[in-house]
Design a protein around this ligand. Sequence first.
Ligand code: RB5
Length: 143
Amino acid sequence: MRIAIASDHGGLNHKAAIASHLRERGFEVTDLGPESGESVDYPDYAHALCTRLLDGEFDRGVLVCGTGQGMAMSANKHAGLRAAVVSDVFSARMATLHNDAQVLCVGERVVGPGLVLDLVDAWVDAEFEGGRHARRVGKIDCA
Ligand code: RB5
């Protein structure tokens, strides 16, 4: 699985930790920045990742900012893309099982360095159940 990851300045530490964790687990991880802690605008990074994901360059994406909220709001503006903000393991797993969320958003100012890796694992290890959930997911996008 090809996973892209990006953050803003508020998510830089979790981004690095998640990227190395996923690489250690054998995933192909592409870090789309930023590389330093200078103040940046989270929509720039969310839109760059989502555009490339929807183009087929990646299978899934992880976006980290201070809360995860701004990243998710930006990502969910892309038709066909489902981004979930999570801070508990159950929701992270369900975001894949029932919502087929291609993008996981987490907040570095919300969840600690241990929990965030559990969230990523729960999301990436689950499989979409399809069936009635595929019907519901198909109704998410508005014309
Ligand atoms: C940046 O200060 C902060 O607003 C950002 O990281 C994020 O939390 C926005 O949703």
